[in-house]
Design a protein around this ligand. Structure first.
Ligand SMILES: C[S@@+](CC[C@H](N)C(=O)[O-])C[C@H]1O[C@@H](n2cnc3c(N)ncnc32)[C@H](O)[C@@H]1O
Length: 422
């Protein structure tokens, strides 16, 4: 990648506009400099001297437009990202697949990046004993490079970020630093190119799906693109189907999507949003002793809270704690979910993932102030936590603070930019 030049930093509004119109990208989320750098790369490849000429080429030639898109899309994904979501959806699909006189359960992963998400779902279902002919998974993405990776189905360590990697031993063959996915899982997923903001390209996805995953795309879109995608999702999800979104995304959707029964915060179904009774989250008095790690002053002060699991919190891994808290949150047991996180923070020390999850739980419990506090604490511990920044941007936007929303989005964009150039 070419190093940034002063011209990169000025930005390229014509390219920003093209990308907003074509794939719905909000330039603010990845930063004008990232887009300018993408244009610069295309100029170098095409031996052009003016950004306007590169944009003209992208406007005139769909293949060149796709190359520009490849330069800007955020393809970050890993296996079993938010693992509790897969456990929840596996139960939903297993129940549906066992119904007599019903065809295979249909699942869509859109966008699917390099296949990590749809393959995770296939593994979860096969592990749950759902017969291979009782479900099918379609997976689409706008990135040809991502779809190529998905088709090859070999992955580096970066795709395996959870502590529990038992699935890797069951379903992958290790060859040096790469892990190749078993054919049994691969044949469950059918990949295709699609731009989710282009209704015409979605014609092949006409039938309604039992489950649609649309995770970690809405946060990157402009307001009008979000609205358009929400209309598309409405069409793609069957009347009694599930819509699964990313951790920071439920507040983006309109009121017709509610947490799925006793199910999941991020797995949604159609319904009317009401002030459903939830476990109350009690006010938290100040603690007398500080937690044992850096920035302890910034940590929440909480009393000893009951932990639901029999195993003492310190003996459990962060992953186990996050899974338990996620399951409780999914069942709308918000206070219990927070207690599990807080107990672990007290005994094992604070972790950004704990505070991020607590922020999401407070958000789901309808407490944006505490949610905001937790996202700030996430950032104290991990200043490069871009999901926390985007969650803060959403909260600021919701309370009408456009300036702060923009500030957080710019910070997230800078981090994205640094990761992209690292
Ligand atoms: C951050 S990844 C999310 C992947 C996966 N859903 C997950 O949560 O791990 C975002 C993906 O969205 C894709 N994407 C961006 N804009 C798109 C669009 N308009 N249509 C389809 N895919 C798009 C990108 O290529 C990228 O692979």
């Amino acid at each position: 990648m070419t190093s940034p030049t002063p011209r990169d930093l000025v930005g390229c509004p014509a390219a920003e506009e093209l990308l907003a119109r074509w794939i719905g990208l909000d330039a603010g989320t990845i930063g004008a400099a990232s887009i300018a750098r993408a244009v610069r790369n295309r100029m170098d490849a095409l031996r052009l001297t003016e950004p306007a000429a590169a944009v003209d080429r992208a406007l005139a030639d769909p293949a060149e437009r796709d190359r520009l898109v490849e330069e800007v899309v955020v393809g970050e994904s890993w296996f079993f990202r938010d693992p509790q979501v897969f456990a929840f959806v596996a139960r939903f699909v297993a129940a549906r697949a066992s119904l007599p006189d019903r065809g295979p359960v249909r699942i869509l992963s859109a966008p699917c990046a390099g296949g990590e998400e749809p393959y995770s779902m296939a593994m979860a279902l096969l592990d749950a004993g759902v017969a291979a002919d009782r479900f099918s998974i379609d997976a689409v993405d706008v990135s040809h490079a991502a779809l190529d990776r998905a088709g090859r189905a070999w992955y580096s360590a970066n795709a395996f970020r959870n502590a529990d990697l038992a699935f890797r031993d069951r379903w992958f063959q290790r060859e040096g630093s790469l892990s190749t996915l078993d054919e049994t899982v691969r044949r469950q997923v059918r990949f295709a190119w699609a731009n989710l903001l282009d209704e015409a390209a979605l014609a092949t996805l006409a039938a309604a799906y039992d489950v649609v995953f649309c995770r970690n795309l809405l946060i990157y879109l402009t307001t009008s693109a979000r609205a358009a995608l929400e209309r598309t999702l409405d069409r793609l999800v069957a009347a009694d189907g599930l819509l699964v979104v990313g951790a920071a995304e439920p507040p983006i959707l309109g009121g017709q999507w509610i947490p799925a029964g006793d199910g999941s915060v991020f797995a949604l179904r159609r319904g009317i949003r009401t002030a459903a009774p939830v476990e109350p989250v009690r006010p938290q008095p100040r603690a007398t002793s500080a937690p044992p790690t850096a920035r302890a002053d910034a940590m929440p002060a909480t009393p000893a809270a009951p932990v639901t699991a029999a195993v003492p919190p310190a003996a459990r891994s962060l992953d186990e704690v996050l899974r338990e808290a996620g399951t409780l949150a999914n069942a709308r047991r918000f206070a219990a979910a927070l207690a599990v996180c807080e107990a672990h923070a007290r005994s094992a020390g604070p972790a950004p993932e704990l505070f991020f999850l607590m922020g999401m739980v407070h958000q789901s419990a309808g407490d944006p102030d505490r949610a905001e506090g937790c996202f700030h604490k996430t950032l104290y511990l991990d200043a490069s936590h871009d999901e926390a920044l985007l969650a803060l941007a959403l909260l600021a936007g919701q309370r009408g603070d456009a300036v702060m929303a923009e500030h957080y989005r710019r910070s997230a964009a800078r981090i994205h930019d640094r990761k992209g150039t690292a």
